[in-house]
Design a protein around this ligand. Structure first.
Ligand SMILES: NC(=O)C1=CN([C@@H]2O[C@H](COP(=O)(O)OP(=O)(O)OC[C@H]3O[C@@H](n4cnc5c(N)ncnc54)[C@H](O)[C@@H]3O)[C@@H](O)[C@H]2O)C=CC1
Ligand SMILES: O=C(O)CCC(=O)C(=O)O
Length: 530
């Protein structure tokens, strides 16, 4: 008999099939503390949560029978995925079931914001008949900027069109073609910030999206913009937003999510006259809760019964024979994918992976999944894993081609990752495992290099002139950035050249800007490989 624990309020109707299954018993026990969960989790084969339960490493360590954690919703940021993967616990989510509901909540927030409904309601029930303070604006003919055109962002755009709005959309995976089909004008973040009357964010929270709207963006923002966040707290810098509202740049904001949930009682959003809030209700409808619970219950049953399943967001076990041969390359493959994605400036349309030498003889599919994970994680966040990376690439119209070459000059094994964009940009990074030396990046575009792919690299393109290395070293030294190693490459003397420095810590943004301003230096970019 399998035992399932439901530790957050999840629709009864949705988990009915679990409760009806003759080989399953379901316990509903919500609102437990971490200690309480640790004390009982050892009895259970499956755990079902929404977003309240924080499924920590401690809980998983105590969950010695746990085979699956089911998240009735999209974001899995309340589950320690790494810890689950290490323990072979499959984590699944229900990515589609709450899309429409969250989109509709976004619209409710946008309209409430445009017409001051919460503020007017509060005054009216307080006994004041005030028709002067709440002059609103129409949505018709206004420009809506959508940051993140995935499932929810696309549905918001569709509805906004019906309201007669003009839509500017930005998403690293949005191409002109796809945008045009959705009736959306493809725009940059900067264009949206400067031109939109309303802006709504629908991205996951990743290192790249954290505070993607902050002081520098508010400084150039179209005056009077209204901002909605029903995605994740932290995408918009909360304190910078309050300042921008108080300075008259932003006309108002509607937030369903917070950087820390629940927010502290003295949080500046609470009681601010121009900010309306809901307590993370985006997915809270009868329909969505049923949908996500049905989806997740179905998959949990499959997993408990060892049947094929979908929507896994972490790594399933790989067959030991394949693992032994390929495992040493997994880290390198992911880093090469990530490196290539970070140096590519446009939306990636095709990923070409070539395995040469020893690797050409194997079934390299598990390794390809790691490479795709490295490429896609930059924009799709921590939900990308080796289980879903191929599927995600396909669903985003990103093609991937794998070729094999039996031999390669100078290396017993070589992995080359080439990313192509719709505008013809093509970036290539190749690497190898050297016996006794470990992972090395050995080619960057047309330049031969020899770099250990450590956590922080600085990639500099420059003109091949005397003195540049000294200027870069001095500036980094002045800013307390220690250089661990340095590589230079060039095609011809005096021509285009690159420099790759491995540094001991993240390089502050202002130092990157100063570097790019040095004479004969063209670009300076940080590459983070974690
Ligand atoms: N308030 C709530 O109750 C709910 C919140 N959510 C949250 O809403 C967000 C969106 O969910 P879905 O649309 O289902 O996810 P999705 O994965 O379909 O879409 C997210 C999109 O963001 C894009 N993106 C990533 N980095 C970006 C960047 N720097 N700039 C612009 N776009 C970027 C991705 O390419 C992707 O297309 C997620 O954070 C999810 O957790 C989802 C459901 C309910
Ligand atoms: O379960 C909930 O209500 C939270 C939904 C959510 O934020 C998500 O699905 O990402």
């Amino acid at each position: 008999m399998y035992k399932v624990l439901v530790s957050d309020p999840i629709s009864d109707m949705g988990i009915q099939q679990l409760m009806d299954a003759s080989d399953v018993t379901v316990d509903k026990n919500t609102g437990l503390t971490e200690d309480e969960l640790v004390a009982i989790i050892g009895e259970y084969d499956a755990l079902l949560v929404r977003s309240q339960t924080k499924v920590t490493e401690r809980i998983m360590s105590a969950g010695t029978r746990l085979k699956v954690i089911g998240r009735a919703g999209v974001g899995v940021d309340n589950i320690d995925l790494e810890a689950a993967t290490q323990r072979g616990i499959i984590v699944i989510n229900a990515p589609d079931g709450n899309t429409i509901t969250t989109c509709e909540h976004t619209f409710a927030m946008m309209m409430a914001l445009a017409r001051h409904i919460p503020q007017a309601y509060a005054k009216t029930i307080g006994g004041t008949w005030d028709r002067k303070s709440f002059l609103g604006v129409e949505l018709r003919n206004k420009t809506l900027g959508v940051l993140g055109m995935g499932r929810i962002g696309s549905e918001v755009a569709k509805r906004a069109k019906a309201f007669g709005m003009n839509i500017l959309g930005y998403d690293p995976f949005l191409t002109e073609d796809r945008a045009a089909k959705q009736g959306v004008k493809l725009a940059s973040v900067d264009e949206i910030i400067r031109n939109a009357d309303f802006m709504t964010v629908h991205t996951p929270l990743t290192p790249e999206t954290r505070h993607m709207i902050s002081k520098p963006q508010f400084e150039v923002m179209k005056k009077g913009m209204r901002i909605i966040n029903c995605a994740r707290g932290g995408v918009i810098d909360e304190l910078a937003l309050v300042k921008a509202i108080d300075e008259g740049i932003v006309a108002g904001a509607a937030f369903d999510v917070f950087e820390a949930e629940p927010p502290a009682q003295d949080h500046p959003f609470l009681n601010h006259p121009k900010i309306i809030v809901t307590p993370h209700l985006g997915a809270s409808t009868v329909e969505a809760q049923e949908n996500v619970a049905i989806d997740v219950s179905e998959q949990v049953l499959h997993i408990l019964r060892d049947e094929p399943f979908k929507n896994a967001v972490n790594m399933p076990p790989v067959a030991p024979s394949v693992m032994n041969k390929l495992q040493p390359y997994f880290g390198l493959g992911e880093k090469l994918g990530s490196f290539a994605a970070q140096i590519t400036t446009q939306a990636v349309r095709e990923i070409h992976v070539e395995y040469a030498g020893d690797l050409s003889e194997d079934d390299t599919q598990p390794l390809t999944r790691y490479i795709l994970k490295g490429v896609l994680r930059r924009h799709l966040g921590s939900d990308v894993n080796i289980v879903n990376s191929m599927h995600l690439a396909k669903s985003r119209d990103v093609g991937f081609v794998v070729t094999k070459a039996p031999a390669t000059k100078g290396f017993t094994n070589l992995i080359s990752v080439t990313l192509k964009t719709q505008d013809g940009e093509e970036r290539r990074v190749a690497g190898t495992l050297l016996t006794g030396y470990g992972e090395r990046v050995v080619r960057l575009d047309q330049f031969p290099v020899d770099v250990a792919p450590d956590a922080y690299q600085l990639l500099i393109s420059h003109n091949d002139k005397p003195g540049i290395i000294g200027r870069v070293g001095t500036l980094l030294g002045q800013n307390d950035v220690n250089i661990a190693s340095m590589q230079v490459g060039r095609k011809v003397i005096g021509g285009e050249a690159i420099m790759i420095l491995t540094v001991d810590k993240a390089v502050p943004k202002n130092v990157l800007i100063e570097l790019a301003g040095l004479p004969d230096l063209n670009t300076a970019q940080e590459i983070v490989l974690e």
